[in-house]
Ligand binder design. Structure first.
Ligand SMILES: *Cc1c(COP(=O)(O)O)cnc(C)c1O
Length: 638
C-alpha cells in the first residue's frame, strides 16, 4: 500500500497510484516528475502540458479561478478514436456498411463545443443528433458536410418538421425519427406541402433495459419510442400512401452510461431483429441508429459499476458490428450503415474544472485543562474520565459514553442549566475522545461498525472556490462521481483527509464521495494549505452534461472558460476565452436591470448625503464601488 511509504518517502508514483490518474485518464492525463498534473493531448508519448503552468498563464491574462479548461486536441482525438475504432471493426469483420457517428447536442450545447465537433468531425462525416428546434438550428448553422447525418429526435411540432425539411432542401442529410405515432401524420402532411421526400425513421421501445442512473429512457416503460405494433402501423400507413421507400432508419436509445457490455449487446440484438423485420416488410432502410450509452470510466475500475464500464471502445465497436452482422447475415439482409449517438464518450474527457481552495476548517487538537473547576457540570467530569480511561479494549464503550455525555450536556444547555462556556468545554473533551479513538482504532484488526466512519467526522473541510450547482450538477443531483485531485504538490505526502465544500453555503454544496478502486470513499487525500500559496484542485472528465444543467444557486454564474490547443512541439495557445458571468449578468438573468439598480442605489446614497451620513465625495466613492461590484466575477476574487 502506497500510504505506508508516507513515513519513508512519498514519491510521484505513489500519487499516481493513490489518485488512479492512469486508470481514468485514458492517456490524456498524467503526473510529471515535478509532481504536477500534465495534459498529454496526443497520449503519453506526445508533449506534456503542466496544468499549473496553464493556470499561471491565465492569472497573467487576468482570469481568476474557477476556470473550465477545455483541451481541443482531446476532443479531436476522441472523435478520431471512435471513428477509427469502428472502422477497424468494420474492416476486420468485412462488414459492408459504413459507420456514421452523430453528436447529441444536448450533451454539451455550447457554441464553441458544437462548432469544434462539426469542424473536427468533417473528415469522418460526423453529424449531429438534435432533439429540439433550437438544437436543429444550431446544428444546421455550424455544419458544412452534406454527407454527415442530422438525426431529428424528440417530439416534433410542425415548425420543427418544416425546419428539418428545409435543411434537407439545403442539402443536409436529415432523418426524422418518429418518437410518437402522432408525429407521422404531421410529417407526411408537411413534406407534401413543401414537396420534399423525407428520410423517415422510428424510435423503437426495446424490451431490454440497462441498469444505471441515466437509463430510465430505455425499456418498455420509456416515455419515448414506438412499440413493435406501432412500428407495424407506421409501415402500413407508409404503404398506403406510397411512401414506404422513405422508411430508412431504425433508432433506439437504452440510456446513458451503460456500464455493462452485456446490456449493449442485448440492445443491439433486439434492434437488429426489428431491423430485419422492417426489411422483410419491404422498407428500404439502410441505417441502424444505436443511440448513446457508450460509457466513460470515471473511476478507472474497468468494472460494470455505475461510474465505470466493463468494456473498451474497441470491444464496444467489435461487439456492435459483430452482433448486427450475425443476425442480418442469417436472414440475408444487407448490412446497414451504423449510427451511434455517443455524447458522453465524445466530450467528457475534454473539460477540466479548476478551482482554488479558499480555506480549510479542521478539527484541531484541542487544549484541555488539567484540572476542572469546582463548578464543572457532571457530564464534563464524566467525559474527562472517559478520556483518561481509553484503551484498545474499550474503544466502543468509550465511544458510547462520549456520545451519551455530549447529548446530556446539550440537553442541559437547551434547558438553560449550563453556560455556553461549560458546554464548549464538554465539546472539547468530546472531540479529544473521538480523535483518540480514531488513532487507536487503526491498531485493531476488527473495527466495530460504529467506529468505521469515525474518520469521516474528523475530516477537514476544504472550501473550494466554485459552485457544485453551477459546475457539477450531476454530482449534486445524482451523486455522480468524478475524478478529483490536486494538480500540483504530488511529490508530497497528502497528509490530510478532507471533503470539499463549495462557496454556496448550502449544505448540499459539497463533495463527500470520491472515486476509489474499491467503489468509493468518503474523504479525499489532500495536502495541508501553505501560507501565501494557492492550492489548486481539478475535477476531471466534466465535459458531458455538466454545463447547461447548472443552476444559479446563490447567484453564482458561469465560470470563465478557456480553450487551449497544443502543437506537436508541446507549445500551446489559448485559443478561446469566454469570461464568466459578471454580477450584473447574473442579476439580469433573474430580471434585475443593472441600470435600475444603480439608479436606486444613487437615490439611497443621495439621501444619505442629505442626512449628513456621508459627504458628496464619499457618495462618489461608494457608487464607484457598487459599479465595480456589478462588473466583477460572481466567484471569490483575491
Ligand atoms: C442523451 C441521449 C444521447 C446521448 O447519450 P450518451 O450516453 O451521452 O452517449 C443519445 N441519444 C439520445 C436519444 C439521447 O437522449
Amino acid at each position: 500500500m502506497a500510504k505506508n511509504r508516507a513515513l519513508q518517502q512519498w514519491r510521484v508514483e505513489d500519487s499516481i497510484e493513490l489518485y488512479g490518474i492512469r486508470n481514468w485518464g485514458a492517456g490524456y492525463f498524467n503526473v510529471s516528475d515535478e509532481g504536477e498534473v500534465v495534459i498529454c493531448p496526443q497520449g503519453t508519448r506526445g508533449p506534456h502540458i503542466p496544468i499549473p503552468e496553464i493556470i499561471a498563464g491565465l492569472h497573467e491574462r487576468g482570469y481568476d479561478m474557477p476556470v473550465l479548461l477545455r483541451v481541443e486536441n482531446i476532443l479531436d482525438s476522441r472523435i478520431a478514436n471512435i471513428h477509427e475504432s469502428f472502422c477497424r471493426a468494420i474492416k476486420n469483420l468485412s462488414y459492408k456498411g459504413a459507420y456514421r457517428g452523430v453528436f447529441p447536442i444536448k450533451v454539451n450545447q455550447q457554441q464553441q463545443v458544437v462548432e469544434k465537433i462539426a469542424q473536427f468531425g468533417t473528415r469522418y462525416h460526423h453529424g449531429m443528433e438534435v432533439g429540439s428546434k433550437a438544437e436543429l438550428i444550431a446544428a444546421v448553422s455550424l455544419m458544412r458536410d452534406a454527407e454527415a447525418c442530422i438525426v431529428c429526435n424528440g417530439y416534433k411540432d410542425e415548425e420543427f418538421i418544416d425546419l428539418g425539411l428545409l435543411a434537407q432542401r439545403l442539402g443536409f442529410n436529415v432523418f426524422f425519427v418518429m418518437e410518437m405515432p402522432s408525429e407521422l401524420e404531421v410529417l407526411l402532411e408537411r413534406s407534401k406541402a413543401l414537396n420534399v421526400r423525407p428520410n423517415i425513421g422510428v424510435r423503437a421501445k426495446l424490451a431490454v433495459k440497462a441498469g444505471g442512473h441515466w437509463t430510465d429512457s430505455g425499456g418498455e416503460r420509456s416515455t419515448f419510442g414506438l412499440s413493435p405494433a406501432q412500428i407495424v402501423d407506421v409501415v402500413d400507413t407508409l404503404k398506403t400512401c406510397g411512401m414506404l421507400d422513405c422508411f430508412r432508419l431504425l433508432h433506439y436509445h437504452l440510456g446513458s452510461q451503460v456500464s455493462n457490455i452485456r446490456d449493449i449487446r442485448t440492445g443491439v440484438m433486439e434492434s437488429a431483429r426489428l431491423y430485419v423485420g422492417l426489411a422483410q416488410e419491404g422498407a428500404p432502410m439502410g441505417y441502424l441508429d444505436l443511440g448513446g450509452g457508450l460509457a466513460v470510466d470515471y473511476d478507472g475500475s474497468h468494472t460494470n459499476y455505475i461510474s465505470s464500464r466493463n468494456y473498451s471502445l474497441d470491444e464496444y465497436c467489435a461487439d456492435v458490428v459483430e452482433t448486427i452482422m450475425s443476425i442480418l447475415d442469417e436472414q440475408d439482409v444487407p448490412h446497414p450503415h451504423i449510427i451511434t449517438e455517443s455524447g458522453r464518450a465524445t466530450v467528457a474527457y475534454y473539460s477540466v474544472l479548476l478551482f482554488n481552495i479558499l480555506d480549510v476548517s479542521a478539527v484541531a487538537e484541542v487544549q484541555l485543562p488539567d484540572t476542572l473547576s469546582e463548578d464543572a457540570p457532571e457530564p464534563v467530569r464524566n467525559l474527562q474520565e472517559a478520556l483518561a480511561g481509553i484503551s484498545l479494549r474499550n474503544l466502543q464503550e468509550c465511544y458510547n459514553d462520549a456520545i451519551y455525555y455530549r447529548d446530556e450536556i446539550r440537553q442541559l444547555f437547551f434547558t438553560g442549566r449550563v453556560t455556553l462556556r461549560q458546554r464548549t468545554l464538554a465539546e472539547r473533551f468530546f472531540w479529544a475522545i473521538i480523535m483518540r479513538i480514531a488513532r487507536e482504532k487503526s491498531k485493531l484488526k476488527n473495527v466495530p461498525r460504529d467506529l468505521e466512519d469515525i474518520d469521516v467526522s474528523l475530516a477537514d473541510i476544504y472550501y473550494g472556490n466554485f459552485s457544485v450547482f453551477q459546475s457539477l450538477p450531476d454530482s449534486w443531483a445524482i451523486d455522480q462521481l468524478f475524478p478529483i485531485m490536486p494538480v500540483h504538490r504530488l511529490r508530497e505526502f497528502p497528509s490530510r483527509q478532507g471533503i470539499i465544500s463549495d462557496i454556496t453555503c448550502d449544505s448540499d454544496g459539497r463533495i463527500d464521495h470520491f472515486i476509489d478502486p474499491q467503489g468509493m470513499k468518503p474523504t479525499l487525500d489532500l495536502h495541508p494549505l501553505r501560507d501565501g500559496e494557492e492550492y489548486y484542485l481539478g475535477v476531471f472528465l466534466v465535459g458531458a452534461y455538466q454545463e447547461t444543467l447548472g443552476d444559479l444557486h446563490n447567484l453564482m454564474g458561469d465560470t470563465n472558460v478557456v480553450s487551449i490547443r497544443a502543437a506537436d512541439d508541446g507549445s500551446y495557445e489559448y485559443v478561446r476565452e469566454i469570461r464568466g458571468d459578471s454580477v450584473a449578468d447574473i442579476l439580469t438573468y433573474v430580471e434585475y436591470e443593472p441600470h435600475r439598480i444603480l439608479e436606486d442605489l444613487r437615490g439611497t446614497a443621495e439621501f444619505a448625503v442629505r442626512q449628513g451620513r456621508i459627504s458628496p465625495s464619499e457618495r462618489f466613492a461608494i457608487m464607484q464601488a457598487f459599479e465595480d461590484g456589478l462588473r466583477g466575477y460572481t466567484y471569490f476574487e483575491r
